[in-house]
Write a protein that binds this ligand. Structure first.
Ligand code: SF4
Length: 350
């Protein structure tokens, strides 16, 4: 392979095997929502089978502690929803605030990298919330020291994602516990450990199970082994396009009105492929007035993002919150998922 991708895959899997064999190390497997509907097919199971319990069982058999990334998807939703409320309130009161409207989601590293490279003026629009992967790593190596009764340096976090871009995200210097940006010289202050040590794709986890002689189709379903495997229904829709938006909006609605949001009705944006929008009008008890939140969801980013971004840059966007996902249909169709047969797509059945 000219880009050493095969070499890197072997090295990541070997590193995990080494850590699993080390009795001093607690190896924490962080499982993303989109992985559990795809990995079963690698073991001859029906395409689209939901194998959460079997994955927990297989991870335990391999020596992992289980950290369900849905737990931290809930944390991301709370952070992004609260941040949106803060930005909307500051804007309504005419107060100065750090972030700008519309707020863009920040959980897709391919989108974040596109903003940094091509649209740096949009950086203040990005949510400051870490992605669920990065929140998982942080929580596992901080609060996790109590749960696992060990030192952060003896915890090795292995994130399993549908996504190859998540490898780049995990290696960013901001996601090191000792990272501290030095405004004077623009350099980081040093390093101790990364929040996420290794990222495996869905396909790579299947390879690892096979090397460990674990047949997922024969493993009895198991339950999570700590609070880190608990999550709400909102977190489970994170892997689909529109899932992050809907979950964050539901949180914001509940905080602002004390009531649940009714079904969110999206409509396709006329003339734009891969973009849909919705509006929610609610009585904001904190502002004591009715407000309308306009939101948009974009997927298949390279093809569809330009008109949305151009409106924001021109100051003519009507939206308050915009979700952007690089892959068509969202993370369920990420580049780390098993390759599907012609004419099929994860998004059709997720
Ligand atoms: Fe990764 Fe694609 Fe999901 Fe973005 S949309 S996080 S690139 S799988």
């Amino acid at each position: 392979c000219p880009f050493d991708a095969i070499e890197e895959t072997h090295s990541a899997i070997n590193q995990v095997i080494e850590k699993l064999a080390d009795p001093k190390t607690t190896v924490v497997g962080i499982i993303a929502p989109a992985v559990r509907v795809a990995i079963g097919e690698e073991f001859g199971m029906k395409p689209g089978s939901l194998v959460t319990g079997e994955m927990y069982g297989a991870m335990h058999k391999g020596g992992f502690r289980v950290f369900d990334c849905n737990f931290s998807a809930d944390l991301t939703i709370m952070e992004e929803g609260s941040e949106l409320i803060h930005r909307v309130h500051a804007s309504a009161k005419g107060e100065a605030f750090e972030g700008k409207l519309p707020q863009f989601t920040s959980c897709c590293p391919a989108w974040v990298r596109m903003v940094e490279n091509q649209y740096p003026a949009l950086i203040p629009h990005l949510s400051t919330a870490k992605s669920p992967q990065q929140m998982s790593g942080t929580v596992a190596k901080t609060y996790g020291t109590e749960i696992y009764d060990t030192d952060a340096n003896d915890i090795f976090t292995v994130s399993v994602m549908p996504c190859t871009a998540k490898k780049m995200e995990a290696s960013r210097e901001e996601f090191n516990d000792a990272w501290e940006w030095n405004i004077e010289n623009g350099k980081s202050s040093g390093a101790s450990y990364q929040d996420v040590d290794v990222v495996l794709t869905t396909k790579e986890l299947a390879q690892l199970f096979k090397l460990l002689q674990i047949d997922l189709s024969q493993v009895a379903p198991a339950k999570g082994d700590s609070l880190f495997a608990d999550y709400s229904g909102a977190a489970t829709i994170f892997g689909n396009t529109g899932g992050v938006m809907e979950a964050a909006l539901r949180t914001a609605h509940k905080v602002l009105t004390d009531e649940e949001l009714a079904t969110l009705e999206y409509t396709p944006v006329r003339g734009l492929e891969g973009v849909k929008e919705a509006s929610v009008t609610l009585f904001d008890k904190h502002l004591n007035q009715e407000i309308t939140l306009n939101v948009a969801v974009v997927h298949d980013m390279a093809k569809n993002i330009a008109p949305i971004v151009n409106e924001v840059l021109a100051g003519t966007s009507k939206y308050h919150f915009i979700e952007v996902m690089n892959c068509p249909g969202g993370c369920v169709n990420g580049a780390g998922q098993p390759v599907r047969g012609e004419g099929t797509s994860w998004m059709n059945r997720a």
